[in-house]
Design a protein around this ligand. Structure first.
Ligand code: ASP
Ligand code: MG
Length: 421
């Protein structure tokens, strides 16, 4: 049994949905599969905007965004299903009722909880449309609610999976269905034990795919993308990139951890634990091989580059010029945790501790908190370059016309925080 995951861009409109169905119907392996699907492209961002308006009591704007979303989903469904009396139209309309009520009521619950109740809807709408169209084209498939299988804690917006409960539900309730037919379900969303919708963090559908694949002991997980596979650098930054045919779990974890955004960083570990291969393939060229990520011993054939812009380098010094000791570090890390700021790289010296983080509003609040106990210097507008399997030549290649402000090297990975000269 295989698990396929399709992201938002691969289902951005009716034509892309037809392409998805074409991939499934022309698949050489015609056994049942689990298809995990994101919200249609840009929908999650729009839902986040809607939520923001709702929380700011700008009800008219929230309703305007909802109307726009409703129109685009209904347009997509009408392009796929010509009979306007088809029951799927009512079904889709029903899935908008709850949010319409919520908007009328006004925000009464905590923002993160509301986030998950509202932003999760994108996946419900997309999967309803695709499941309907799949059925219409004669593919035997069933729409399933991921919230019946993926159980999480109530850390809304970034919920943690309860593996024990999830494993047992998937094994007992989902496996028997998939023995008979293909099913369509949502990425990104789960349910708390009290039956409230939770989400796994932005771009979490890849992770959902891995959770399902792992609990099903699937033969493989395939993530369908608009790139031919995992590349050694993002084409946005590099003219010449090369596709990596085979990648070890370890290298994949390292690359995604440092910010290669081809796969969500949490995806690899559950697959590695069960030795389930992960294929990254192009939905535009489904016959091409793509990248296979598995337990291979082979190291990356080429150095890989990961770029992050909008970095802030924060250097932290004890006020009294004592050493940076465990106690100080523990204060610093608990502040990072409290402000939910993720460290991209760090360097420790006797009297200072430096970190590079993505710039955001959270960083201002973090700096303010740090300043209560420490002397803090910071520098915005920097770039962070990570090179896996670096050598002097690759370092020279990325640092032309740049000043390197901080450099951290391990055996295989070099990270540099830089600014333009
Ligand atoms: N729809 C969610 C997002 O855009 C999850 C995903 O696409 O993986 O973040
Ligand atoms: Mg996505």
């Amino acid at each position: 049994m295989k698990v396929y995951k399709f992201g938002g861009v691969s289902i951005k409109d009716a034509e892309s949905v037809r392409n998805l169905v074409h991939i499934l119907s022309s698949d050489k392996d015609n056994g049942p599969k689990l298809i995990v699907i994101s919200a249609m492209a840009t929908v999650t961002n729009k839902l986040e905007k809607l939520l923001k308006a709702f929380l700011n009591l700008e009800g008219d704007q929230a309703i305007e965004i909802l109307t726009e979303l409703k129109t685009s989903h209904f347009n997509c469904l009408s392009e796929l299903i010509s009979n306007s009396n088809h029951p799927s139209f009512d079904d889709l309309a029903n899935s908008f009722v709850e949010i319409e009520w919520l908007l009328e009521e006004g925000p009464q619950d905590p923002p993160d909880y509301l986030y998950d109740q509202i932003v999760s809807l994108g996946e419900i709408w997309s999967t309803k449309i695709i499941a309907t169209y799949l059925k219409e084209t004669g593919l035997n498939s069933q729409w399933l609610d991921a919230r019946n299988y993926i159980i999480t804690d109530n850390n809304y917006k970034d919920a943690n999976v309860n593996w024990e409960k999830t494993q047992s539900l998937i094994e007992q309730k989902l496996k028997p269905i998939l023995e008979k037919q293909t099913a369509i379900t949502q990425g990104f969303i789960g349910s708390t034990t009290e039956n409230f919708t939770s989400t796994l963090g932005r771009d979490g559908s890849d992770y959902s795919g891995a959770i399902f694949a792992s609990c099903l002991n699937a033969e493989s997980l395939t993530i369908w993308k608009d790139v031919p596979g995992v590349l050694n650098a993002d084409p946005k930054w590099f003219d010449e990139t090369s596709k990596i045919d085979q990648l070890s779990y370890h290298d994949a974890i390292e690359l995604t951890y440092y910010g290669a955004n081809v796969i969500h960083p949490k995806t690899i570990k559950p697959l590695q634990n069960k030795n389930i291969p992960l294929y990254v393939k192009s939905y535009l060229n489904p016959d091409q091989l793509g990248t296979c990520i598995n337990e291979t011993q082979s190291v990356l054939p080429v150095p890989s580059f990961i770029f992050k812009i909008n970095q802030v380098l924060i250097s932290i010094f004890p006020k009294d010029f004592s050493f940076i000791i465990e106690e100080n570090l523990s204060t610093i890390f608990s502040l990072l945790h409290r402000h939910q700021v993720k460290v991209n790289t760090m360097l420790n010296s006797a009297i200072s501790f430096s970190i590079s983080v993505d710039d955001s509003e959270k960083v201002d609040a973090l700096i303010e908190s740090l300043q209560q106990d420490f002397k803090v210097k910071y520098n915005r507008g920097l770039e962070l370059v990570t090179i896996r399997y670096y050598n002097p030549e690759t370092i020279a290649r990325v640092s032309v016309d740049k000043k390197i402000i901080l450099e951290v090297k391990s055996r295989h990975t070099c990270q540099m925080v830089m600014k333009d000269l």
